[in-house]
Structures are given as C-alpha cells and as structure tokens.
Ligand binder design. Sequence first.
Ligand code: KMH
Ligand code: ZN
Length: 280
Amino acid sequence: MDKLIITCAISGAETTKAHNPHVPYTVEEMAAEAHAAWQAGAAIIHLHVRHDDGTPTQDKERFREVIKAIRARCDDVIIQPSTGGAVGMDRDTRLQPTGLPIEMATLDCGTLNFGGDDIFVNTENDIKYFAQVMKERNIFPELECFEKGHVDLVLRLYRQGFIHAPLHFSFVLGVHGGMTGEDRDFHFLRESIPEDATYGVVGIGKYEFPLAELAIKHGGHVRVGLEDNIYLEKGVLARGNRELVEKVVDMAKRHGRPIATPKEARRILGMKEFDHERIL
Ligand code: KMH
Ligand code: ZN
C-alpha cells in the first residue's frame, strides 16, 4: 500500500468565521493555517482564497499573494488551487488561478444541487474546457466527483480523450445534493475506478473521519480541513486545521500507514517534479 497522502482544505468558500472562528480569510491567516497543516503532515494544500472580509474570490492576484506567502513558509508543499470557486461563478472566473505557475488544481466533474436553491454547475462542456486548459498549462487535475454519475462521466471523457491519465479521483461525499458517505458508498466508488487510478476521500461534516479511516485501511488518500468539517469531534469545534490533520495522522499510525511527504505524494500520483522556486 502506498504511503498516505493527506490534503488539507484550509478555508473553502462556504464555511465562515461564524461557523468556526479559525476559518482563515486574510493572506496572513491563510499562510499560518497552511503552515500548521503542512507541519502536522499535509502534503497538499487545497486552496480557496477570500477577501479580508471573508467573501470568496477567484481573483488571480489574490491567489498569487496567498500562494507566495504559503510557498515562503512551507518548503515544497503541493498547492492545489480550487477551480470550483463558489457556486454561481462562471468558467473563466473560476479558471483564473490556472494562469499562475501551479502544478495542480481541482477539476469538478459534474453538476449537483448544493443546498437550498444553489446548484454547482459543471456541464460536460465545462469539464472538457477545464481539462483542456489544465492540460495546456501542465496542471495536474484532481478529479472531484460528488456522486457515481460523475465517476462514470470522467471514465467516458477519459476513453474519448478529453481527460488524460494518470487519473486521481476525489470522492467528495456528504454534500446535500450529492452522494452520502456511508461505507457502501465508499466501496461502490472505489470499485468503480480503474485499478491503476488513485483516489482520495473528502468527507463532508460527520463523514470526514469515518471516511478517512476507510480510505486509510483500503489504500486511498484523505482530505480534511475546515472547508469540509469544522468539528474535531461531535460538538467540539476544531481549533484550526492542524488538529484535523493531526487526528488523521494518529489514525494512520494506528493502522500502520506512513504519511507521504510532498515529494512522495508527487511520485505516488504520477505528477511531474515541480520547481517550487518558479517566479509567481
Ligand atoms: N465551493 C464549491 C462550490 C472545488 O474546490 O473544486 C466547490 C468546491 C470544489 O469547493
Ligand atoms: Zn474546494
């Protein structure tokens, strides 16, 4: 079994300081949370950025500032900007961070309800367009699938040549409108992807740690972070992203699964070496 790659989604676009005061907004807060997560064992930082008042933005210059601040503190951590942004943003707004010298980004692989009247739109043509832009820019896509139909769509687009290997899936489970994160959901999804593909789990809310444990046991990878879940345990707010990463590291230790460094994570996923000093 490969070493465990831990991703930390430090902020997201939906959770706010009203939910948990440790959700970072400013450049300084983002860099501090990324640093703490990396020190605790995260190889990948999944990144959304915000204005100082907490409003989510995909502004390229804001990403540039935050990425610079994270790189200055976190050696060669893999920074994975979101191209999902926030519900309602259009394609080119969402793709702005891919105009920066980055090595990885998310690629959302299907449309779904996102609570209330919100719909997170990712049409087939959106997915082809995002995949094409990332390929041209040498950016490794993390294939975010919120339900089984999204996995099937990825596999069809892969066979048709719109999405390319190596395939790395993220099963994002527990969004209101997507698939739940019960054990049977996890097994159904992991058995649906090709044997040589890699995958990680992103459990939303109460699914975060049960899914992490399943993935640790079965050779998958794990994402945690305040974007996905604000609690360390039922009723106890996490005092930052560090505690969430530490909890997964402890879990991995109990199961005898070592933690991957960023360099090891690149190798496991089949990513190219990345010049971390590239001018932003
Ligand atoms: N904020 C969600 C609408 C991603 O980062 O690519 C989308 C999201 C997925 O968080
Ligand atoms: Zn995200």
